[in-house]
Design a protein around this ligand. Sequence first.
Ligand SMILES: NC(=O)c1ccc[n+]([C@@H]2O[C@H](COP(=O)([O-])OP(=O)(O)OC[C@H]3O[C@@H](n4cnc5c(N)ncnc54)[C@H](OP(=O)(O)O)[C@@H]3O)[C@@H](O)[C@H]2O)c1
Length: 251
Amino acid sequence: MSELTGKTALVTGATSGIGRATAIALAARGASVVISGRNPERGAEVVEKIQADGGTARFVATDLADEDEVRRLAQEAGAVDVLVNSAGAGAFGPSASFTTEQFNTLFDTNVRAIFLLTAALAPKMAERGGGSVINISSGSAVLGDENNAIYVASKGAVNAITRAFAAEYGPSNVRVNAVSPGPIYTSVPAMWLDRYINLIPLRRVGQPEDVAEVIAFLASPGGSYINAAVIPVDGGLTAVEPPKPPVETTD
Ligand SMILES: NC(=O)c1ccc[n+]([C@@H]2O[C@H](COP(=O)([O-])OP(=O)(O)OC[C@H]3O[C@@H](n4cnc5c(N)ncnc54)[C@H](OP(=O)(O)O)[C@@H]3O)[C@@H](O)[C@H]2O)c1
């Protein structure tokens, strides 16, 4: 018996990066995992990897920007004990270059989907005695970031909705937390991420597994008294001053 044996986990954005690593980590702890994403080939690859490792997984194709598809995912996922909202989209560029439609699509994907899935699934978790919801935020939620206003605003909303849902569902033993990754090697080009290395106290960019292990802990009995937390997984990036140039002294 592993710590998540008998539990079902739904992981959005599980076809790639942090979500993929999380699905694998939860399956390794015994959870049956529902893999969600848009890309069926990459979805099948994750399912096959989990099954080859002796775990249980199935894929449900979903575009989270589409409200009907989100509601269908909540139905098809069935009785979920652990919900990991990892799917996220970016919108990088001068703010004046974006249309309202692009703004709405980003918020629909990064925020509305979390709202709809949690509102649909958390009450059912409560009926079964409890559960765990883990949202993937970003260090960008607490740091201003040039040419990244829509994404930054969406991740600020993720932090806020995490605390609001924790207040709403905590009395029913449904814990709602977020992890806030720093730069992590995923589909983001390495040359963008490597620019941060000298700003990170650990002097390295993270791996998806660094984040997945924290998510798996939050989903497990060991995390049973953690609620409404936004946990940085960023090597210390958002907690410290950036390195400063040495002071020039004159004798
Ligand atoms: N990597 C970092 O440095 C970093 C740092 C801070 C926060 N984050 C956050 O971490 C989360 C995971 O990102 P990642 O780095 O692992 O990125 P990734 O490798 O690009 O994965 C993104 C995932 O989101 C899914 N997705 C995107 N738009 C979707 C939509 N409309 N409908 C359904 N699924 C959608 C993708 O699925 P398909 O491709 O199958 O559609 C994919 O599985 C995101 O919320 C991101 O904001 C990442």
